[in-house]
Design a protein around this ligand. Structure first.
Ligand code: NDP
Length: 333
């Protein structure tokens, strides 16, 4: 069983010393357990936080242990009444080719509903993050302006489309021309700003948001967010979802200048984690599934191939190489 373990806690950007490939025997399957062959592995920005030994909303990864995270696999042996061989399941078994799971550790997914990978994004964690962050905290109203950073990623592209469904004007900020075209031409965004080539992001924002910004869905933090905050309207709402621009910093970044932004504009900024909404996941997944079926919502995925490419795929998140959800395919059904 090939596994990837955390070998060393990274300082700054993770490197080749951070991860180690190891080979272990597959455990025996006991009564009430199933053996899963991994098909797809999710790589996510939050995993960077778990590589550090700091208190957070999820436990840090332990040194020498398999990197955990969302995966999809096929049951290839079952000693449980609840599963049979060939079932497709999702769970948190992470970066390994095989996993022996207890029957309550994973959830069966129906491959006839939607492509199985959607359970790792639009119908899963990142879709729910966009749904609850935008609708519960952002509360966009018809005709309001919503700005999304990290807009062509998995959470951002979903949040922007939901804001369109709610009748808002939607402006996305992302890091390549290809991403900006996707936002405008295929995902129904009204405007896009390429933060890597823009000469003046503030000026571009003013142009793209002539009526100011009512909701800022923040996936990136840092200077991009400082700039968006200069354009807030009175009573603006800011779901603070992620701060990927800071995840590899060795020193903590400084925060927003609230006097210029939050106080003057009576704006609300609220951090959240998707797990806060676990009791409402069914509601979120139902709406996301409906919109997907009705063609009101779509998604993009970037799928890399090969178990050995998981660490590089993870690093690609910080290089902006992905469009939509980044996954690694490691096995065939
Ligand atoms: P994405 O699919 O958005 O992938 C990451 C993207 O971030 C990259 O493609 C890149 O796009 C952008 N990026 C990378 N580095 C920087 C930088 N320095 N400055 C600006 N943009 C950068 O990932 P997810 O959709 O999975 O996650 C998006 C955000 O949401 C992350 O911050 C993540 O931590 C957070 N999150 C929060 C959750 C919660 O519960 N609060 C749950 C899930 C995710 P580009 O080319 O545009 O730079």
């Amino acid at each position: 069983n090939n596994q990837i373990i955390l070998a060393e806690r990274p300082q700054g950007m993770p490197g080749s010393d951070t991860f180690q490939f190891v080979k272990k025997d597959v455990e025996d399957v006991k009564e009430g357990q199933i053996l899963i062959k991994t098909l797809y592995v999710s790589v996510d920005p939050y995993m960077r936080g778990r590589m550090a030994n700091v208190e957070s909303y999820v436990e840090p990864f332990k040194l020498g242990e398999v990197i955990g995270g969302g995966s999809i696999g096929e049951v290839i042996e079952s000693k449980s009444d609840q599963f049979t061989e060939g079932n497709v399941v999702t769970g948190a078994f992470g970066w390994q080719e095989y996993y022996v799971a207890g029957e309550n550790e994973v959830r069966q997914i129906d491959p006839s509903n939607a492509p199985v990978t959607t359970n790792l994004h639009i119908l899963g964690m990142t879709g729910l993050t966009a749904y609850f962050g935008l609708l519960d905290i952002g509360t966009p109203k018809e005709g309001e302006t919503v700005v999304i950073s990290g807009a062509a990623g998995s959470v951002g592209s979903t949040a922007g489309q939901i804001a369109k469904i709610k009748g808002a004007r939607v402006v996305g900020i992302a890091g390549s021309e290809e991403k900006i075209s996707l936002l405008k031409d295929e995902l129904n965004f009204d405007e896009g700003i390429n933060y890597k080539t823009s000469n003046d992001i503030k000026e571009d924002l003013k142009q793209a948001c002539p009526n100011g910004v009512d909701v800022y869905f923040d996936n990136v933090g840092g200077e991009i967010s400082d700039t968006v905050m200069t354009q807030l309207n009175k009573y603006a709402r800011i779901p603070a979802c992620g701060a990927i621009s800071a995840y590899n910093m060795e020193e903590q970044d400084i925060g927003p200048r609230v006097q210029q932004t939050l106080i003057k504009k009576s704006a609300l900024m609220q951090g959240f984690i998707v797990g806060n909404y676990s009791e409402r996941f069914k509601e979120g997944a139902k709406h996301l599934g409906q919109w997907l079926q009705e063609g009101k919502l779509t998604y993009r995925e970037t799928i890399k191939e090969g178990f050995e490419n998981i660490p590089e795929a993870f690093l690609d998140l910080f290089r902006g190489k992905n469009i939509g959800k980044l996954l690694v395919k490691v096995g065939e059904r």
